[in-house]
Design a binder for this molecule. Sequence first.
Ligand SMILES: Nc1nc2c(ncn2[C@@H]2O[C@H](COP(=O)(O)OP(=O)(O)OP(=O)(O)O)[C@@H](O)[C@H]2O)c(=O)[nH]1
Ligand SMILES: [Mg+2]
Length: 293
Amino acid sequence: MSIQWFPGHMNAAKEAIKELLPYVDIVIELLDARAPFSSCNPLLQYLIKHKTTIKLLNKSDLADTKTTKMWLDFFEQQENAIAITGQKDDLKFPNKIIALCRELKPHRKSFEKPLRVMITGIPNVGKSTLINKLINKKSAKTGDIPAVTKSIQCLTLEDNFLVYDTPGMMWQKIKYDYIGNNLAICNSIGRRALDEETLALYLVDYLKINHIDLLCTRYKISPHDLLSLNNNMDIIHIISKKRGCLLPGGISDIQKTSELIIQDFRDGRIGKISLETPHMWDMWMQEERDKNE
Ligand SMILES: Nc1nc2c(ncn2[C@@H]2O[C@H](COP(=O)(O)OP(=O)(O)OP(=O)(O)O)[C@@H](O)[C@H]2O)c(=O)[nH]1
Ligand SMILES: [Mg+2]
């Protein structure tokens, strides 16, 4: 079953972003470094296509460093794109981004003509956290659940530098199942739109194929034992036993184990893992073309 999630406030936010955009000088589009393609929301791409845009691969502390470098190269090849990485604990980052914005629009520096920067991105990607770092105050509300910010908020960094925080915008219609899954694994989709068991099975399958070493280390399973299991549900059963996620009678608590695996991924406890590479993106597009020919 495909994941779809577009709560009502996002429609209002879409209209508000459209109205404000003519007055904005730079858009900083936050992407989740673990899933840069899935977090490139086409609705936002459409709205901001004529604007000077900085693509910021955020939460890079949780993504695989080599894969993030590949994504930077990929985005740099696109016309008019500036791609950079970011993460909340990099102390130099706020000044770096302010300097970049100033460099891009040097004429917007007076009180009458302030530099106006809009921060956009999917839910929970770190927009409000970035803004708080930029203005060095906890002004924007943050939280590790999607859709914390519900309306646009203007914050003053300096008299001649304004920053707009915007609500996270989800794809209006999620076109491919893997996009829904990757966004959900990265915690950008509301809980009620998810089935944790299906998501954990998808994640375990991805880890088994791409990061078997990290999966085995985290849950103390030997690669030989893991590969001898018949299916991914058996892996979840083993993890539930190892972690004591059991119901009365020693039965695996699949729901609790699924939530545990997903949370381990989100917190980076399994390792620095990227869910998408530019190469995968080409492959997915090819598959789509083949299906439609
Ligand atoms: N590991 C890591 N976590 C981050 C980073 N940036 C933000 N977070 C965490 O991600 C969660 C979401 O951050 P927010 O700033 O509220 O995200 P948002 O994009 O404003 O979310 P919405 O308003 O819901 O769209 C918080 O728990 C942050 O602490 C980062 O660079 N690395
Ligand atoms: Mg926010």
